[in-house]
Design a protein around this ligand. Structure first.
Ligand SMILES: *[C@@H]1O[C@H](CO)[C@@H](O)[C@H](O)[C@H]1NC(C)=O
Ligand SMILES: *[C@@H]1O[C@H](CO)[C@@H](O)[C@H](O)[C@H]1NC(C)=O
Ligand SMILES: *[C@@H]1O[C@H](CO)[C@@H](O)[C@H](O)[C@H]1NC(C)=O
Ligand SMILES: *[C@@H]1O[C@H](CO)[C@@H](O)[C@H](O)[C@H]1NC(C)=O
Ligand SMILES: *[C@@H]1O[C@H](CO)[C@@H](O)[C@H](O)[C@H]1NC(C)=O
Ligand SMILES: *[C@@H]1O[C@H](CO)[C@@H](O)[C@H](O)[C@H]1NC(C)=O
Ligand SMILES: *[C@@H]1O[C@H](CO)[C@@H](O)[C@H](O)[C@H]1NC(C)=O
Ligand SMILES: *[C@@H]1O[C@H](CO)[C@@H](O)[C@H](O)[C@H]1NC(C)=O
Ligand SMILES: CC(=O)N[C@H]1CO[C@H](CO)[C@@H](O)[C@@H]1O
Length: 280
């Protein structure tokens, strides 16, 4: 009888041991999320639907929501083990890192990441830049589109864009995730004017944008002044020549058989001049 009594005891010990070792077995109860594959915006013609299905739940679900680039998307909170988010506008700025987050009553949150990619879209740049020689020119480009692109600057030489030739050491490039800046110091009128291109390339594609750089001589700001000066000189020359040519034929005015009006007017003019000289 004692033997039959010890059997349930042994079973109890065995079960207790099993529950101690069953740490990994509890992992079966960890949340599992079945999420959509990554997508590329520009390869899609219809709205993109991101889905997350909670296939294993560790404890009752409280709610789920969506996150884009680290920020909660408003109006996505719901209490369901299947959730989806529609991307209606197929634009580069809709690309990024999306997360579906499941929140449980008494276990940590669980989430899954879906990458939505897009080829870069260059949004802001200067179409042209005007500078004086010796000054510094700064050109820049910004892009939207995930993942962030690799940047390249090129200059048009004989009709083709070639990567910036920095043999003069006057070119400086600053690259950030979604921004690039090219500065050229001590501008040279003979080398630097022309078309510059920034090129953004990521795994989804590439885009470029051009800026025209014009470099003016540093005499340029003086040109209006020089123009006025030249006009004054020409006027003075004309007056001097006019005066010199008129003086010899002061007396024989009657030789010219010009109209009476004209001779009268010139006579009046000379009279005035004579009078003025007399007063001096
Ligand atoms: C997850 O979804 C894929 C299809 O999207 C399906 O083939 C697979 O069986 C699903 N897995 C689970 C565990 O539901
Ligand atoms: C999620 O579940 C729905 C059905 O409830 C199914 O149509 C869809 O394909 C599933 N999505 C994934 C990513 O498993
Ligand atoms: C998901 O929800 C449906 C209905 O609300 C339920 O039948 C199903 O068991 C749930 N699945 C999980 C893994 O919680
Ligand atoms: C997503 O899950 C990771 C752990 O897997 C966690 O560190 C992170 O905080 C979660 N993110 C959100 C937004 O819940
Ligand atoms: C560029 O990236 C920075 C941070 O990396 C971000 O704050 C900014 O909004 C981004 N700008 C654009 C146009 O994507
Ligand atoms: C860079 O330009 C200089 C003259 O402007 C030229 O002599 C040189 O060969 C160029 N180098 C490259 C790598 O194109
Ligand atoms: C160009 O050369 C200067 C001086 O050698 C250097 O400081 C600068 O980083 C270079 N710029 C590029 C774009 O390579
Ligand atoms: C950008 O540069 C890459 C190589 O550096 C080239 O393959 C691509 O065609 C360029 N994109 C544009 C739009 O010019
Ligand atoms: C952030 C990132 O992954 N950028 C990638 C964009 O695509 C180019 C190649 O096309 C990669 O070199 C970059 O690393």
């Amino acid at each position: 009888m004692s033997g039959s009594g010890s059997f349930p005891l042994a079973l109890c010990l065995l079960l207790a041991a099993a529950s101690l070792i069953s740490g990994p077995a509890a992992a079966e109860n960890e949340p599992k999320i079945n999420a959509s594959e990554e997508v590329s915006i520009h390869q899609s013609s219809s709205p993109i639907i991101l889905q997350c299905n909670l296939t294993t739940s560790p404890s009752p679900l409280t709610y789920s929501y969506w996150v884009k680039n680290g920020e909660e998307i408003s109006g996505t909170k719901k209490n369901s083990n299947t959730t989806e988010h529609k991307i209606l506008k197929l634009r580069a700025d809709e690309s990024g890192e999306y997360l579906c987050v499941f929140v449980f009553a008494n276990s940590p949150v669980a989430n899954a990441t879906i990458e939505v990619k897009a080829s870069p879209d260059i949004t802001v740049h200067k179409r042209s830049e005007n500078k004086n020689e010796g000054q510094e020119a700064v050109m820049y480009c910004k892009s939207v589109g995930f993942p962030h692109p690799d940047w390249v600057w090129r200059k048009k030489v004989n009709g083709v864009f070639v990567e910036i030739n920095n043999s003069s050491g006057r070119f400086f490039i600053i690259n950030k995730d979604n921004y690039t800046e090219l500065s050229i110091t001590n501008l040279q009128i003979s080398e630097d004017p022309g078309e510059y291109e920034c090129n953004a390339t990521n795994t989804s594609g590439s885009t470029s944008a051009t800026t025209i750089l014009r470099v003016r001589s540093h005499l340029a700001p003086l040109w209006p002044f020089l123009g006025i000066l030249a006009e004054i000189i020409i006027l003075v020359v004309i007056i001097v020549v006019y005066e010199k040519r008129k003086r010899p034929d002061e007396v024989p005015d009657d030789d010219e058989p010009a109209g009476p009006m004209k001779s009268n007017s010139t006579n009046n003019h000379k009279d005035k001049n004579l009078r003025q000289r007399n007063t001096n």
